[in-house]
Design a protein. Structure first.
Length: 247
């Protein structure tokens, strides 16, 4: 089995190292990740300049681009064979609800999905980032599960793991994406040169976090697994817009 690993925290992050170590038990691993932290890069592709691919001393490849660039470059130009799976992570922090729109972690997995490869995005749900081994063990179990099922169609799973010892997890559940409140306002600050700058505000608190959501699962020490799709069509509004055009 051949697995391509990427992330948005950078090739030097502890999450990707832990993930590579765990998955190397069952697969041949290739790591292609951004050269620096690209959190929040979403699904952006770099089209205004060429990309460089370099190999670090630990054998990991890094790219001066986005998570999407990394997977796209690896699958369409670097690797001799299509990988059996793309795994992105382990992200330092949750990617739940609206986070998935902005997440570079999810974006790397999405690019694999769009290229026809079963893909996982794996995140550890805390700012402390203590139990990466727990998330790595969960990722290994999911990879083995997918391998047993012999998936015949593109698959994109968003996986969020509570930051606790593995023994404290209360199982895995299939969830839908919850929803956050509106983000906090930007934070205005002054530089030493008396220039006004702005920091993007914190994500909003969970709003739709009831039973069945990813927020609810993680709060109850369960691994949240959400299957994602890319069709953004708002099907319920199609008749409305047709009516407008007919007037």
């Amino acid at each position: 089995m051949r697995i391509l690993l990427s992330n948005d925290d950078g090739y030097f992050s502890p999450g990707i190292e832990c993930l590579a170590r765990a998955l190397s038990e069952v697969a041949e691993i290739t790591v292609v990740a951004p050269e620096r932290d690209r959190s929040g890069a979403s699904n952006s592709l770099t089209l205004d300049r060429p990309l460089s691919l370099k190999r670090a001393a630990n054998g990991y490849y890094h790219v001066n681009g986005t998570p999407t660039d990394c997977v796209h470059l690896a699958v369409t130009g670097m690797l001799d064979e299509l990988p059996d799976m793309v795994v992105s992570g382990i992200n330092h922090g949750a990617n739940m609800g609206d986070d998935t729109i902005y997440s570079g972690t999810v974006a790397a997995a999405t690019e694999g999905f769009l290229l026809g490869v079963p893909s996982l995005a794996v995140s550890l749900c805390s700012k402390a980032g203590v139990h990466f081994e727990t998330a790595a063990r969960v990722a290994l179990e999911l990879v083995q599960m997918i391998q047993r099922q012999k998936v015949c169609e593109p698959l994109l799973l968003n996986v969020n793991v509570p930051d606790v010892p593995y023994e404290l997890l209360r199982g895995m559940v299939v969830t839908r994406l919850g929803k956050r409140h509106k983000a906090e306002p930007v934070v205005r600050a002054l530089t030493p040169r008396n220039e006004t700058v702005y920091w993007v505000g914190a994500a909003g608190a969970a709003q739709d976090a009831g039973e069945g959501t990813d927020f609810y699962a993680v709060d109850n020490l369960q691994v949240s697994i959400t299957p994602l799709q890319i069709d953004l069509t708002h099907n319920a509004q199609l008749p409305l817009i047709r009516d407008w055009l007919a007037q």
